[in-house]
Design a protein around this ligand. Structure first.
Ligand code: ADP
Ligand code: NI
Length: 216
């Protein structure tokens, strides 16, 4: 039964995200889904909730919907109701989607669950390491941002609006977000997976600056 629900959800997500930008396309979802399952094997959360939340977590991006942050939970809710799932499961999945993003965590935290921690760790793992680097530069290119500008220092954003509207170079994003994620991991399994990806980013940055200065 669970498997049928999951495979219907996979079909729905693939269909909905066809043509989505590369930071949040089906392959991102697939990676997060796999990683979330892997973490859940150790953390023993509710497998159906973890799977559905991982699959639906980026079903609609507020960035492309006039900043409307309820659109994702709403579309996920409509879809899950069409599968006649229990209300408690649907509401749990919606809460996870609502509370998942880095932007949301800069606001007030109103919900907590083991399943949220698991899916959030999986999503954050996809923002670091080799894939995270690729995604950051893709996003920066999409936003027409420069790679690096030694004159523009990384900053701390007072709120999620300021974070969303920044025009800083992409390298700054490493200091403003990517290098902070390791210590924000919630589950022991997630923390461990983050270590290697974190180190890889540090090595990458060293090499980047060395090449920038022409020493390599
Ligand atoms: P979140 O919803 O967690 O805030 P986003 O949807 O903003 O994440 O980010 C999607 C991807 O784009 C991530 O890999 C993230 O690191 C990257 N990204 C977000 N903001 C920036 C930025 N200012 N510069 C470079 N990459 C970014
Ligand atoms: Ni995501």
């Amino acid at each position: 039964m669970e498997q049928i629900i999951i495979s219907k959800t996979i079909d729905f997500v693939k269909e909905t995200l066809a043509g989505a930008e590369t930071g949040h396309d089906w392959f991102h979802i697939e990676r997060v889904y796999k990683t979330a399952k892997q973490i859940n094997n150790l953390e023993k959360g509710d497998t159906l909730v973890v799977a559905l939340a991982a699959l639906l977590h980026d079903i609609a991006d507020s960035k492309f919907n006039g900043g409307d942050e309820e659109i994702g939970p709403q579309i996920a809710g409509d879809f899950l109701r069409s599968l006649n799932l229990e209300t408690a499961i649907i509401e749990h999945v919606q809460e996870i989607i609502r509370n998942l993003s880095f932007k949301a965590s800069l606001g007030k935290i109103t919900f907590a669950s083991k399943e949220l921690d698991i899916v959030q760790d999986a999503d954050r793992l996809d923002a670091i390491g080799a894939i995270g680097i690729a995604r950051a530069f893709t996003y920066g290119g999409f936003k027409n941002r420069v790679l690096y500008d030694p004159e523009i220092k990384p900053q701390q954003y007072p709120d999620k609006e300021a974070y969303k509207n920044t025009v800083a170079p992409t390298i700054n994003h490493f200091y403003e977000k990517l290098l902070l994620l390791k210590d924000l991991m919630k589950t022991p399994a997630g923390k461990q997976m983050a270590e290697e990806r974190h180190e890889f980013m540090q090595i990458y940055l060293q090499q980047f600056y060395a090449e920038w200065e022409g020493i390599k």
